[in-house]
Design a protein around this ligand. Structure first.
Ligand SMILES: [Zn+2]
Length: 362
């Protein structure tokens, strides 16, 4: 290939014929031929030029076209590739170590740290996350359109939440979803499904479930669960390219909507605190045992399988016994009229959900 050689003594360039073999670059100008052994060679690319220099003649430069250099498949190209490969190997090793550390943190560190992390999470951050969740939940599970029932449900919730030690506004809504469930979102939103309302025999049962969920919010169990799921999401985001938060959202949402489990200790705490909230509001806490009992005794197996509240809130039988031992009488959580409104809030069923329900045989 042709090149231009600068000897470093004058600014003049010397036309050169350049050949490359496994050991050296040979540069022949009209005055002189020189061999630059591979050891000591360095190469940079600038625009469409390849620029070479050698430690033996630090001021001299050889310039060839980048295309020619690449096509020559010369030793330096190979050597550069080798250097790149070893750099890649080092990088891969570093990444593997980092990944192992991150994985260790996610699987062991985050669960252990999720409590402190949840308590340290700024309120505004959780509120924003909650707004995001609300939007996505709305898309998944449409709000029941019986507004009077929604208002009655909120009024009951306000009474329960008035004694809760939380900075969050507890907003509740009844939604259409093919499962018996209630769950709290980050930021204080609580969702109860139409199936749960349908399966409840008294307003006290709904109140007990709502009080339990308020306790999850108060104790910041929600954010704790989010932190646990977030760990997996962070990895997902790192893999997918990150920054979008899409991985985190997907994981959290899946966890929330399906089998999010706060863990036995947190459930126990929420049962106790929920019962206290019922008593402080002057309500009966008898609905709690009654509801757990019914879930654990559901004869229709399919219905029991669809009872997500039982799945995410396990050991209903034991919890029913504990609830019965600690229950106290009180005023009904809703007037007969308000209970009727809540019961009828979800009458108009969303057509898509009707199809899902039919396919599940519910
Ligand atoms: Zn719970």
């Amino acid at each position: 290939m042709d090149g231009r050689f600068y000897d470093g003594k004058s600014a003049r360039s010397h036309p050169a014929v350049v050949s490359v073999d496994a050991e050296a670059v040979t540069i022949s100008t009209e005055e002189k031929a020189r061999r630059w052994p591979s050891k000591g060679l360095s190469l940079t690319f600038e625009a469409n030029e390849a620029r070479l220099s050698h430690s033996a003649e630090p001021d001299a430069r050889l310039v060839v076209s980048r295309t020619d250099w690449t096509q020559s498949g010369g030793l330096l190209a190979k050597q550069t590739a080798r250097r790149d490969r070893s750099r890649e190997r080092r990088l891969a090793l570093t990444l593997a170590v980092v990944a192992a550390a991150v994985t260790g943190f996610v699987f062991f560190g985050i669960p252990a740290l999720s409590g402190p992390l949840a308590r340290a999470t700024p309120v505004e951050y959780e509120r924003n996350m909650g707004r995001n969740f609300d939007l996505q939940m709305n898309a998944l599970f449409p709000r029941c359109d019986g507004e009077d029932g929604q208002v009655a449900l909120q009024a009951m919730t306000d009474r329960l939440a008035s004694n809760a030690d939380t900075v969050f506004d507890i907003r509740i809504r009844a939604v259409q979803a093919p499962m018996i469930n209630a769950f709290a979102l980050p930021g204080g939103s609580i969702i109860v499904t139409d199936d749960l309302i349908r399966s409840a025999e008294t307003p006290d049962e709904v109140a007990a479930v709502v009080a339990h969920e308020i306790a999850h919010v108060e104790k910041r169990h929600v954010m704790q669960a989010v932190w646990r799921s977030l760990g997996f999401g962070l990895i997902l985001d790192a893999v997918v390219g990150g920054g979008s938060g899409a991985g985190q959202q997907a994981v959290i949402l899946a966890g929330q909507a399906t089998d999010l489990s706060y863990g036995r200790a947190a459930e126990h705490e929420a049962d106790d605190r929920g019962r206290a909230l019922l008593h402080e509001a002057g309500f009966s806490s008898r609905g709690m045992a009654a509801f757990f009992d019914r879930l654990s005794k559901m004869e229709d197996q399919k219905l029991a399988e669809a009872a997500e509240f039982a799945a995410t809130h396990p050991a209903s039988g034991r919890r029913a016994r504990e609830a019965r031992a600690a229950e106290r009488p009180g005023a009904p959580a809703l007037s007969a009229e308000d209970w009727r409104l809540v019961k009828s809030a979800c009458k108009a069923e969303d057509p898509t959900l009707r199809v899902i329900r039919r396919n599940l045989g519910l």
